[in-house]
Design a protein around this ligand. Sequence first.
Ligand SMILES: Nc1ncnc2c1ncn2[C@@H]1O[C@H](COP(=O)(O)OP(=O)(O)OP(=O)(O)O)[C@@H](O)[C@H]1O
Length: 251
Amino acid sequence: MGILEVKGVNKRFGGLQALGDVNLSVQENTVHAIIGPNGAGKSTLLNCLVGKLIPDTGSVMFDGKSVLGRTPYEINQMGISRVFQTPEIFGDLTVFENMVIPAFAKRDGAFRLHAFESVAREREIVERAQQMLEEVNMLDKLHMHSASLSRGDKRRLEMAMCLLQEPRLLLLDEPTAGMARADTNNTIDLLKEIKEKRDITICIIEHDMHVVFSLADRITVLAQGSPLVEDSPENIRGNPKVREAYLGEAA
Ligand SMILES: Nc1ncnc2c1ncn2[C@@H]1O[C@H](COP(=O)(O)OP(=O)(O)OP(=O)(O)O)[C@@H](O)[C@H]1O
C-alpha cells in the first residue's frame, strides 16, 4: 500500500477525456516521476491530488485519508505541498518576507494576518526560515526583492517555502522548466539533499529525462490520459512501448 493511492480516476473537460481510469500507487520515501507527452494529463492529475480539481469518478487517498472535497489549505495541513510550474511568490516582497508571511496568516475561513502569540514563537519562525534558506543556498539573498531573482532562485525560494511546512509529500510540477543546464543540475543536487535529510516522498512531473533518470525510483508514463506503464527507470529506458509513445531518442 502506497502513501498515495490513486484509484480509477476519471476527469473530463466537456467532450475531452483528460484522465481515463488512472491508477497510481506512490510508495513512502521514494521519488516517483510522472512523464508523458504534452497533453497526456500530468498537470490535471497533479491538480486532482491537491484539491484544485475534483475527479468525476475515482478516489485519491493520502496516508489512508481521502483528499477529495478538501480545500487546498486542508490538503496542505495533511502534509502535501506543491511547487507550481510558475512560482507562486510575492514579487514585491523580499525573500525573507516571502518565507515568514505565511506564518502570520490565519486561515480560519477568511485569510487575515495576525500577530505571533509570543516573541519565542516569532524567533522560532525566523530561525527556521533562515535555516531553510540556507539549505537551498539562498541565505545571501535574504533581503533581495523576489521579483529580481533568477528563475532558478525563484524556484528555490518556493521550494524553501514548501519545506518550511515540513511536508510528507512534495509535488513538483516541472521544477526545471526553462532553466539553464547549470541551474538544472543545482536543482537535481538540491532535491537529492532534501531527500537525504528528511523522510519525504516526492512526486515529480518533468519533461527533462536527465532530471527524471537522476532522481526517480519509479516512473509512471501517462499517454492520452491513462497510465501506459509503471516501472523502474532502467526498465522504462528499455521499454519499446515507452520509446514509441514518448521518449524517442531522449532515453
Ligand atoms: N481547465 C481545462 N479545461 C479544458 N481542457 C483542459 C483543462 N485543463 C487541461 N485541459 C486539457 O486536458 C488535456 C490534459 O492537459 P494537461 O495540462 O493535464 O496535460 P499535461 O500532460 O500536463 O501537458 P503538458 O506536458 O503540456 O503540461 C489537454 O488536452 C488539455 O488541453
